[in-house]
Design a protein around this ligand. Structure first.
Ligand code: COA
Length: 323
């Protein structure tokens, strides 16, 4: 029997032009290219210019995703934009994107789940499509972490970058492990909220508004939780690790990515890695990595792709997709 399925019809990404290397950072900060590369795998990151806001970059990524799908703006029934760095408290960044793209109707909203934001947004969009409420959804992750970093804190500022990624989901039909989103799983543990957070917001202007992190604790949780998420996604679909063609992980740290690759028994060439060039772009990291491997022809139609991410909250989750 076939059911309504969310098909990944198009993928897109956007990166700011300005590149900031580790060596440039080491000129003003007590750090080194060797330290950053050894601990994280990061060599450089893209940094947004004044006009490159979450809405601007999200619009560009969405434009590419729509073109890739051959979809007109009128096909977009909903826009879900994951971000921790919105342009304004309201209107939602998603609606700035709606206006910029010339999407004539439907609805849209922003979603806050830090680095797991794109997985959360994909899951919500999939639910709306399966319920028959919408047929075309833009799911976007867009972040300008350069504006919430404490550039004096070498323990955090070297780890993040800016960018946006997007997918266009279209309702289709499928069964079993046919094309489309096979499953999503979301998790959160609010009791761990103090190991990674931004100290401030519009509702607390008395705070700094800077990202704060206990790196060791986050690392420990990431390895454990993401390994559980991998098992959960495979078990839910009656699949084994050998069935997965590609891992598209959240790009926070190469050591965490390698641990997930070993868990899946995947060779390095089957894991999409962008953290060396993009650093951690939070909610944008998974769709940006997907966009890169999709457009350069590594990931093809029919491939089984596992997406996973963990972020502040704590939030984490997975999505298993047949492209
Ligand atoms: N350059 C040089 N030295 C640095 C540094 C930098 N950029 N950042 C920290 N250090 C120093 C620390 O001050 C500390 O020095 P000390 O021993 O004299 O106090 C030393 O390096 C070790 O710091 P520590 O934080 O314990 O290092 P670590 O091995 O845990 O690596 C991270 C730090 C951040 C790379 C690592 O914890 C990590 O990747 N965590 C996960 C982060 C993550 O993925 N976050 C996003 C999730 S969405």
């Amino acid at each position: 029997m076939t059911h309504i399925r969310s098909i990944l019809a198009g993928v897109g990404g956007y990166l700011p032009e300005r590149v900031l290397t580790n060596d440039e950072l080491a000129r003003t900060l007590e750090t080194s290219d060797a330290w950053i590369t050894e601990r994280t795998g990061i060599r450089q990151r893209h940094i947004a210019g004044p006009k490159e806001t979450a809405a601007f970059m999200g619009t560009e990524a969405a434009r590419t995703a729509l073109a890739d799908a051959g979809a007109a703006p009128a096909e977009v029934d909903a826009i879900i934009l994951a971000t921790s760095t919105p342009d304004q408290a309201f209107p939602a960044t998603a609606l700035r994107v709606q206006a910029a793209l010339g999407v004539p109707g439907g609805f849209g909203f922003d979603l806050s789940a830090a680095c797991a934001g794109f997985i959360y947004a994909l899951s919500v969009a999939d639910g709306l499509i399966r319920a028959g409420q919408v047929r075309g959804v833009l799911v976007i992750g867009s972040e300008v972490y350069s504006r919430i970093l404490n550039w004096q804190d070498r323990g955090t500022c070297v780890l993040f970058g800016d960018g946006a990624g997007a997918v266009f989901l279209r309702a289709g039909e499928g069964s079993g492990t046919d094309r489309g989103i096979l499953s999503t799983h979301l998790h959160a543990q609010g009791t761990q909220g103090d190991i990674l957070y931004v100290d401030g917001a519009v509702g607390r202007p008395d705070r700094s508004g800077h990202l704060v992190m206990n790196g060791r604790e986050v690392f420990r949780h990431a390895v454990t939780r993401l390994a559980e998420a991998v098992d959960e996604a495979l078990a839910a679909n009656g699949l084994t690790r050998g069935d997965v063609d590609w891992l598209v992980p959240h790009q926070a740290n190469l050591r965490i990515i390698d641990a997930m690759g070993r868990k899946l028994g995947l060779p390095a060439e089957r894991i999409v890695v962008t953290v060396d060039r993009h650093a951690n772009t939070s909610a944008a990291s998974v769709p940006l990595a997907l966009a890169e491997a999709w457009h350069d022809g590594r990931i093809r139609r029919g491939d089984l792709v596992l997406l996973e991410a963990l972020g502040g909250g704590l939030t984490w989750g997975s999505a298993l997709v047949r492209m």
